[in-house]
Design a protein around this ligand. Sequence first.
Ligand SMILES: *Cc1c(COP(=O)(O)O)cnc(C)c1O
Length: 388
Amino acid sequence: MKIESKLAQIGNRQDPRTGAVSAPIYHSTTYAHPALGQSTGFDYTRTLNPTRKILEDAIAELEGGVRGFAFSSGMAAVHAVFSLFCPGDHVIVSSDLYGGTYRVLEHIFRPLGIEATYVHTGHLDEVEAALRETTRALFIETPTNPTMQITDIAAVSLFARRRGLLTIVDNTFMTPYFQRPIELGADIVVHSATKFLGGHNDVLAGLVVAKSDEIAERLYFVQNSIGAVLGPQDAWLLMRGMKTLAIRMERSAMNASAIAAWLDARDDVVKVYYPGLDTHPGKAVCAKQASGFGSMVSFEVLDARMVPFVLEHLHLVTFAESLGGVETLITYPTRQTHADIPEDIREKVGVTDRLLRLSVGIEHIGDLIDDLSQALDYAAEQVLSRRR
Ligand SMILES: *Cc1c(COP(=O)(O)O)cnc(C)c1O
């Protein structure tokens, strides 16, 4: 079955007793045992919940792994993955990284003795230079957040496998609809399902998929021991969103591609980061490993003083954190998502005070461009007149 069909069918025919087409929500925290030493397979909801299991099986199948795990947030999922490591272990991580992942690595795991080095994981020489005796894994985002750097997942996975390291990919931006890292050699995929998988800015969730039974066993132990599992109601809401992932991703990526080209042609926009642009250095690798370029577009305006005017003057596009929903959102990474990353690291990867990031939704492209156009025109006018 193709992925569109798998997505639309999530949860269907999972309850033979009733024939429910929409997955039933099992709120029960505990499950009766038929007899001593017997179980229906369900004992206690942290350990296994029937609704959560339907979601976990679905994401495992979509990503091509052996087992999936649902967590109460993307950060809980990231935390679970790094909980596989021990004091003294070292990981190599994409430098242009989701701010929360940087924060958990630096402020939760580093004090526990698990260290991270940040490099452009698309450059294998940089990865090689960061290797230590104690390196256990590579953790990559591709495209990165927010400057859309691309890492060749197959190349990095091969590099890692030869050295006995795990490859972990945060696939939040692309989703399995566009990119399936496990098929390219990665060992673990992690998602903030709050974003594109949920798709409607109404559910907080994280997902992890393991490529092998051995990794799955360890992840399951962490999930059950720490207990940051996704509740059954939210598991259902997430599946409800995932059913339409294919058509949402197609439409929002089409809109993003048009907006990126339109921004690129403006002279008050000095730089556009979108992997689908011919000028993007990662375009070929992205095209090789993903079936679309996604719907995240970052751009740098000419003058940082334009930023507040742009943000205040948008009517359709909403100035709000997060991404991946049907509504187009704009964020100011330096103050919002990346505020926890020190300024020197931020500037080095291009997260400047002139950078804005769009999560393009599924609205009509004409309305989106009209809105961006009037806000940018207004901002340019204001800043220009102040200069005079
Ligand atoms: C949002 C996000 C996270 C964290 O997920 P939450 O669901 O907000 O906890 C991790 N990685 C990326 C790339 C994200 O965009």
